[in-house]
Design a binder for this molecule. Structure first.
Ligand SMILES: NC(=O)C1=CN([C@@H]2O[C@H](COP(=O)(O)OP(=O)(O)OC[C@H]3O[C@@H](n4cnc5c(N)ncnc54)[C@H](OP(=O)(O)O)[C@@H]3O)[C@@H](O)[C@H]2O)C=CC1
Ligand SMILES: CC(C)=CCC[C@@H](C)[C@H]1CC[C@H]2C3=C(CC[C@]12C)[C@@]1(C)CCC(=O)C[C@@H]1CC3
Length: 334
């Protein structure tokens, strides 16, 4: 039977490279690119079709930062497919990033230099904003929109005879200290990206707890440090021109400077090949690369506890209920 895979944020970077690699793995796969910008989606599909002319590539328009769009996309996916084998929750943003130069130079000459250069801990701060749904944009895009999508697609995902795999693109920047159950949307802090990725890790753990028995499994991946639109947005282009050669050198000292979207997608593709029962719900699968350019995957235990994950899950369900009710109310007025 042909496998079905949906990839959010498939129009560029790691998502687009993942699509190409999934087609290399299994040319018979039914691939669905779930993208915000349809012009970019059409162009990405056209590029894939040049290499894989006989494949089925579907397009779905979705803005995971808009509740209405997520609900519409979920409806369309349910009309198009009877089941989903893989749902890659990859779309993500980092809004208005700033590098803290003082922290950078202090960190560079400390024992934590490698840690800083691989996780960006304390290095990148951001300014978030509120969406039309009244939520913090980074939280809604990176986590909550995807969470609602999963809930809406449950009939396609929770089929015991046909297990499904959720695969989240998390980050090495996910940090427990930047997440709080009291302010899980991170409206008060300056590291909304880190908080949203930690929230992703918690969500994956708790989804496994609740849904494994119904045939739904969830995993988290860290693609490493990859040069994409998101990373290029952190610094001006002339600074990147200076930094990129240094980063290729750093690759000899750390396995997580994967640099290209192809390499960054390694763990996402590796999970596509694995037996679901063999996976550990408490680890993050890291895309790594050897100094000689060989890709491999390293599982690393996550810094979280299942109790926090459960409380957070209940908060997400409550928020979903409230947002859906508000949306219904608005639609009745129209
Ligand atoms: N690059 C890196 O070093 C790392 C990246 N990641 C994660 O990898 C994932 C992919 O990012 P990356 O490839 O680097 O960056 P890109 O900016 O290249 O890709 C991000 C993708 O997400 C899409 N997207 C953004 N916002 C929305 C939205 N509201 N609705 C639907 N799609 C949206 C973008 O679409 P559009 O083209 O319309 O903007 C784009 O296709 C992200 O989750 C990111 O956090 C994790 C660790 C490291
Ligand atoms: C000397 C040198 C190589 C400087 C680069 C400094 C920074 C621009 C990078 C150091 C750590 C990097 C990093 C990311 C972006 C670029 C750095 C801040 C991410 C935040 C990109 C998105 C993620 O999800 C995690 C990355 C962690 C590391």
């Amino acid at each position: 039977m042909e496998r079905v895979a949906v990839v959010t944020g498939a129009s560029s970077g790691i998502g687009a490279a993942l699509c190409r690699r999934l087609l290399q793995e299994d040319a018979g796969i039914r691939l669905c690119l779930a993208c915000r910008n349809m012009e970019k989606a059409v162009a990405t599909r056209a590029r894939l079709l040049v290499t894989f002319p006989n494949t089925q590539i579907f397009l779905i328009q979705v803005d995971v930062g808009s509740m209405e769009s997520v609900l519409r996309a979920a409806k369309e996916i349910k009309q198009r497919f009877q089941r989903l084998d893989y749902l890659y929750l990859n779309a993500g943003i980092m809004l208005n990033p700033h590098i803290d130069c003082k922290a950078f130079f202090r960190g560079l000459f400390s024992r934590r230099a490698v840690h800083m250069l691989t996780t960006a801990e304390g290095l990148v701060t951001q300014e978030d904003r509120v969406t039309a749904d009244g939520l913090q944009e980074v939280f809604q895009t990176n986590l909550f929109g995807h969470f609602v999508l999963i809930q809406q697609l449950e009939p396609l995902l929770s089929q015991l005879e046909n297990p499904s795999h959720l695969i989240w693109t998390s980050s090495s920047n996910a940090r427990r200290s930047n997440f709080s159950l009291v302010d899980f949307q991170h409206s008060q802090g300056k590291e909304s990206y880190s908080s949203s990725k930690y929230a992703t890790d918690l969500t994956s753990v708790v989804l496994n707890k609740h849904f494994n028995k119904q045939g739904l499994y969830s995993s988290v991946v860290c693609p490493g440090v990859v040069m994409t639109n998101m990373t290029y947005g952190i610094l001006p282009s002339f600074v990147w021109k200076l930094l990129i050669p240094i980063m290729w050198l750093i690759r000899f000292f750390t396995s997580t400077y994967t640099m290209t979207p192809y390499n960054g997608a390694e763990a996402l593709v590796w999970l596509f090949r694995q037996k679901l029962e063999s996976l550990d719900p408490l680890v993050k699968y890291h895309s790594c690369i050897s100094p000689w350019g060989k890709n491999y995957v390293e599982p690393r235990k996550m810094d979280l506890d299942e109790e926090t994950a459960e409380i957070f899950y209940q908060n997400l369900l409550e928020l979903e209920r409230q947002v859906l009710m508000r949306l219904e109310g608005q639609q009745n007025i129209k």
